[in-house]
Design a binder for this molecule. Sequence first.
Ligand SMILES: C[S@@+](CC[C@H](N)C(=O)[O-])C[C@H]1O[C@@H](n2cnc3c(N)ncnc32)[C@H](O)[C@@H]1O
Length: 231
Amino acid sequence: MSSSASSDDDENSRPFLSSFTSSMMLQKVNIKRIQAELIPGTIARRETKIGDLDADYLEDRVSFSEDKLMDANSKAVMMAWEKPLMEAHAKAICSRGGHILNIRFGMGLVDTAIQQYKPVTHTIVEAHPEVYERMRLSGWTKKENVKVVFGRWQDVVHQLESYDGIFFDTYGEYYEDLIEFHQHLPSLLKPGGIYSFFNGLCGGNAFFHVVYCQLVSLELESLDYSTRLIP
Ligand SMILES: C[S@@+](CC[C@H](N)C(=O)[O-])C[C@H]1O[C@@H](n2cnc3c(N)ncnc32)[C@H](O)[C@@H]1O
């Protein structure tokens, strides 16, 4: 399931939320409770080694094959079967044309799809040295409309401009990191722009996957964005 948020307050994007207002209120209470349940887990993770997941991953080797990008623990960072999903994200964020930002390259599936929409500019942030090197060797750093920013998004976010479409695909991060990124949306996303993200927050559990979809919708709503789930 992909999710997109638009800063456009027009009538086409609001009804989805307003028709659900009363049930959303109830859900809001439940979601606050679930959020409270999730926080101790987060604190526990941050106090253990797993809390450094992203930092560890970025220092380790990765390996590429035809159909996947793997980390040093042989865990898949990205897999070729995700291509249709990445194409759907690209279609959503490129629907207004203009300037596009993708946070994280991986196998470049979403970037390849974005290029098909011929954006005016296409900025890509990537932090892993080996992934960056592969981008360089495959010509991404030389494409006319592409700007590659090497570094952790947390470190380079202030170098970025504002965009008509933004995609964010996480690896080795948590819900809190996604929330942290969302705090930058008001300056990164142009009015009327479209933001979409890969929701891998609890991919192995259908119930909590839906919970996270709702949590993120509410959180984006609190930033004044309307949201739409695209099945
Ligand atoms: C799941 S992959 C992205 C897949 C991509 N959407 C695609 O279509 O192929 C995640 C990528 O994020 C990069 N990465 C991990 N942590 C990062 C960070 N803090 N800032 C920027 N890039 C990061 C990884 O090196 C990896 O290439």
